[in-house]
Design a protein around this ligand. Structure first.
Ligand code: DON
Length: 304
């Protein structure tokens, strides 16, 4: 049996020694205040054992990681009809690019770039009675943790400066791919991105994707076919124009956020989350990517 705790500690020690050339996201002003020296890792095995190191119990803004959870809820609610409004192809572009959206008649390349997640937010607004409350409850159910909250300051900070997302939402609306008001859809989207979690909570929330659709408490939230599709989308689109690099270096489905978090999983085996707020030029955690590369190399546990 591998000594997971020793492996996490080795990774933490080695990454603490290297120069962290990443930058903390500042285009959402509220995120710019976080120290770039944080580094946490949490591993949860499907059999229930937990291992952690560093700042793994400090909460941070999960940002784009929330897009997988909103996709899961929308897929659960509307099934395969979802794919009429959003595609499942890698974009090869940064998370906030709009050029393909115009070229492809308002159908976002995938649900994990901003425009795709905005369409998913629109679906949730149309299908949930109290969208923000119901979505938060879904995330709490997956995680088995009622303390999970939106961060109103982060949501408001992004509302004030989210001009690119307003552009995306307006473009989607002009193509007839938003049914609700731009302002309402973005209010939901900025809130979902503002959810705060620590590394352990992230491994809990994503357990469902490693466990054929059953959460930690063995409740079936998604079918195994839906989970297969969501994992495929994470692998091919979860890191935007660095999805190939992440598959190449790490070899797991996963998702990053500009708050510096990454969560990844090996189906039927484990979920793992890292937090290191400084980002590389593609908007993914500089040290988080390296931590996961070291983890799958040292343990030889990856999908490939
Ligand atoms: O919409 C945005 O720009 C942010 N709320 C989320 C972007 C993000 O996390 C990209 N991920 N690496």
């Amino acid at each position: 049996m591998l000594d997971y705790q020793a492996i996490l500690e080795e990774i933490h020690t080695s990454l603490k020694k290297i120069e962290n050339t990443g930058e903390v996201a500042s285009y959402i002003p509220e995120l710019a205040n976080i120290s770039k020296n944080k580094l946490g890792i949490h591993l949860q095995l499907i059999t229930g054992e937990n291992y952690s190191v560093g700042d793994s119990s400090e909460k941070f803004s999960i940002q784009s990681i929330s897009k997988v959870l909103s996709l899961a809820k929308a897929f659960q609610l509307v099934g395969n009809d979802l794919w009429e409004r959003v595609d499942v192809e890698s974009s090869g572009n940064p998370f906030n690019h709009l050029s393909l959206l115009e070229l492809e008649d308002g159908i976002p390349r995938n649900p994990l770039i901003n425009s795709g997640a905005i369409v998913i937010a629109d679906v949730l607004l149309s299908h949930l009675k109290n969208p923000k409350e119901d979505f938060l409850n879904f995330v709490r159910e997956l995680t088995h943790d009622d303390t999970i909250m939106y961060n109103e300051k982060v949501a408001e900070s992004e509302r004030k400066t989210g001009f690119n997302n307003y552009a995306a939402a307006n473009l989607l609306k002009s193509y007839g791919n938003l049914n609700n008001k731009v302002e309402d859809v973005l209010d939901f989207y900025f809130h979902q991105c503002s959810i705060m979690m620590d590394c352990r909570q992230l491994t809990n929330a994503f357990f469902v994707f490693a466990n054929k659709g059953k959460c930690l408490k063995h409740i079936q939230h998604l079918t195994s076919s839906q989970v297969k599709r969501i994992n495929a989308i994470m692998l091919t689109c979860g890191f935007y124009d660095e999805a190939g690099e992440f598959a190449f270096e790490v070899g797991l489905p996963g998702k990053s956020g500009v708050g510096g978090g990454i969560v990844a999983l090996l189906p039927h085996c484990f979920t793992i989350a890292t937090w290191a707020p400084a980002l590389n030029p593609k908007g993914n955690s500089y040290l988080g990517m390296q931590a996961l590369e070291q983890f799958t190399t040292k343990t030889k546990l990856s999908i490939f």
